[in-house]
Design a protein around this ligand. Structure first.
Ligand SMILES: C[S@@+](CC[C@H](N)C(=O)[O-])C[C@H]1O[C@@H](n2cnc3c(N)ncnc32)[C@H](O)[C@@H]1O
Length: 91
């Protein structure tokens, strides 16, 4: 995916934090994301297609056994030198 085809920034588990310029992704249609999908498996998105991945207050909502796979998936989506921002509460 390049900038001519769509955003190069991902907002995973966006909830109601819909960000302009991002591909906003959530499991639930009611948040009105750009893409309804399970963020632990994003086969429809291209490897290396994104400069930035944001996952804010979402990691802690994933089942524990899916966390490593999800992190691997998010890294797969990043281009070289891409940046990932993860925010999660202190345990
Ligand atoms: C606490 S909210 C955070 C929303 C937003 N990122 C923010 O910072 O305001 C967690 C969000 O993650 C979404 N979510 C949880 N598990 C998900 C999954 N497996 N795939 C996609 N979205 C998921 C929920 O639907 C919810 O919108």
């Amino acid at each position: 995916m390049n900038s001519a085809l769509g955003p190069r920034k991902l907002n995973l588990g966006c909830g109601f934090d819909i960000r302009p310029g991002y591909l906003n992704v959530d499991l639930h249609e009611w948040h009105k994301p750009d893409l309804v999908a399970d963020i632990t498996r994003l086969d429809m998105l291209p490897s290396g297609g994104f400069d930035e991945v944001v996952a804010q207050d979402v990691l802690e909502h994933l089942e524990r056994h899916k966390v490593q796979g999800a992190l691997d998936e998010w890294v797969r989506l990043l281009c070289e030198d891409g940046v990932i921002h993860i925010r999660a509460p202190k345990p």
